[in-house]
Structure formats: structure tokens, C-alpha cells
Ligand binder design. Sequence first.
Ligand code: ATP
Ligand code: MG
Length: 386
Amino acid sequence: MSSGWGRRSLAARLFAGQLLVIVAGSLTLALVALAIAPGLFRTHARQALTDLPPDVVRHLQQAFEDAILLALAIATIAALVTALAASWLLAQRLTRPIRTLGEAAQRIGGGGYQARVPMAAHGDELAALGRAFNQMAAALEATERHRRALLADLAHELRTPLATLEAYVEGLADGVVAADKEAWTVLQGELDRLRRLAEDLTAVSRAEEHQLDLRPRPVDPAVLVTRAIQAAEPAYAAKGVTLQASVDRRLAQVRVDVDRIGEVLANLLANALRHTPAGGRVEVTAQGRGDELELAVVDSGEGISPELLERVFERFFRVDPARSRDSGGSGLGLTITRAIIQAHGGRVWAESAGPGGGARFVVRLPAISTGAGGRPAQRAGGDGAR
Ligand SMILES: Nc1ncnc2c1ncn2[C@@H]1O[C@H](COP(=O)(O)OP(=O)(O)OP(=O)(O)O)[C@@H](O)[C@H]1O
Ligand SMILES: [Mg+2]
């Protein structure tokens, strides 16, 4: 539809509507006036003008009817001109913003996601439409930016393992690298990293599309902590970091997907271990905070600068990229963690006294009330599971 045609069409339709009203009104007026007025005139003329000759009375009656018709014709023409002008002005006022919206929508359709329509100062329906349009455009732009950033990050993440694999394969082919256990271990390590990256990316994209398939069931917080501690213990023992648990036994149950929350605690515990030197200490705590359950993983490790406390939850973010990559981290763990916790209606954040001051990762989950006083939770493998 061309915009000019659209404007004419709208103006024509508005005018046609008004024309109909004017014509119907004028015809009704003319019919009523011609049917009633001459009779009334004659009655009054007979009573008032008794001594006038009949041809003068006829003449007066003719003049009266002509005056009525002339007045009606002039009024109809004036109404038509006004209707035409009003239709044109209204059409102008309606079609300009609609045309702007159409052009902006076309630009967005062609990939120009930064297109916006000017915001009208007054608050009519068209202004509301413009506002809604701009909001939609901003959301589309953010999604597109997100998609591009993801692709750029992904390309960056793939480059390192691929370059290592390429160098090793070439070296093996040329006989420069010996086909020994060490070479196969490196190759296996890089392949593992690629596989983990693919798995984590699947998890992140599912989480970001809110497609995490949660299977919530009521569970004692102590059970969550015990399982996480048991799974992490061997790695902690191997590095020589102390792992402890402290669980309030009066805690109410929570309704969560046990496996997903297990994933969250496993990631927090793996991070704490990775960033805590041998001889350090990590503690998992579970306690009630009003209506919520608070799970926290506290370590005595290297800590996080205040300005990075929020950034560590960003996709692919690592404080020290080279080191984290060497230890296998893809920087997606906390992104997945946050998505899982948010899908449960909870929150997760990081606290730290800064570099060298250790870190505290806090998870808050809505608890289910189990009646007065709640009920005792199971022991978390003993308070202080290790
Ligand atoms: N307990 C911690 N102490 C200090 N820094 C931390 C701690 N936990 C996370 N970080 C920082 O946050 C970054 C992001 O953590 P995240 O779990 O998202 O990724 P990762 O552990 O590097 O990789 P992945 O979890 O995907 O294997 C880490 O690289 C690290 O720099
Ligand atoms: Mg991690």
C-alpha cells in the first residue's frame, strides 16, 4: 500500500462518512421544511394578511419557500466544505504517524534494529502505539546485540582449543610431535573442553529462552547441602582445601529441582576450590532468612574486586581469562547458575572483601512453609560435613 494512497483513502473514507451524515440531515431538513412550512405560512398569512390580494400572498409564500431552500443549500455547502477540510486535516494527523511507524517497521524488518519513531508529546492512542513500538524495537535490538555478542564470544572461545588441536595434529602428521601419551592427553583435554563448551552453551541458551525443564519437589535444604558436599569432597581432599557445612536444622523445606540445585552448588564449590589455595577453607551454609532459604558458599581464597562482583555472572566472563581457560573454565558456570536460580524464583549474588579477602556466593530461594515451626531437617552429613 503506498502511503499517498493510504492518506487519500483514509481522508476519502472520513469524508464519505461525514457526507452521508450531511446529505441525510439536509434532505430530512428540506423535506420537513417543504412539507410543513408552506402550510404553516398559509395558515398564518390567512389570519394576519386578510386584506392582501391573493397573488401578493402567493408571491410572499414563494419568497418564503425560496428563502428556506436557499438557506438550506448554503448551509449544506458550508457543511460539506467544513467536512472536507476536517477529513483532510484528520487524515493528515492520523496518516503521518502511521506512515512513520510503517517506515520504521520496514527498516527493522531489513535489519535496522536501531529504528525508532519520534515520541508525540500528547498522550493519545497514537502516542501509546508509538511508545509500544519503540519498546518492541528496543527489545529486538537488545536480542540482536545479544545474539551477535554470543557469536563473537563463541568464535573467540573456539579459537584456542581449535588452534591447539590444529598445531598438534599438524605436528603429529609432520613427525615434529611424538605420538606419545602426553600428546594424546593434550588432544583429549582440548576435545573435552570443546565438548564441555557445547554442553554449557546448550544449557545457557535453554536458560536464556526460559526453557529449563525444572522438576521441582519439596526437599530438605540439608539434603541439598549433603549431596553437594559429598560430590565435591574428593577434589577438595586432593587439593588440600578444607570443606565444611553448617546447616540450620529447623529449616523449612524448599520446592526445587534437586538435580539443578545440585548443579548450582557443584559449580559454586568448583569455583571456590579453583580460587582457594591449598590449606584454605570453604564452607557451605544453609539458613533461614525471613521467608527464604539462604545457601552460601564461602571461601578463604583470592577474592573478587568489588567492581567485578556482578560481572562474574556474565557469559564467558573470567577475572583472569588465561588462567581460567588453562584450568578448563569456560566462564559459563555462573551464568547457568543464575539462570537456574532465577527459574526457581530466587536470586544469587557474590560478595567479597576484595582481592585476597575470600568470596561469598549467596543463593536465596523461596521456602515452603510446612506449618507452625516447620519441621526438623535431616542432618547434612553432620554440621561440618568434613
Ligand atoms: N569463589 C571465587 N573466587 C574468586 N573468583 C571467582 C570465584 N568464583 C568465580 N570467580 C570468578 O568468576 C569467573 C566466572 O565464573 P564461572 O563459574 O562463570 O566460570 P569459570 O569457573 O571460569 O568456568 P566454568 O564454570 O564455565 O567452568 C571465574 O572465571 C573467576 O574469575
Ligand atoms: Mg565455574
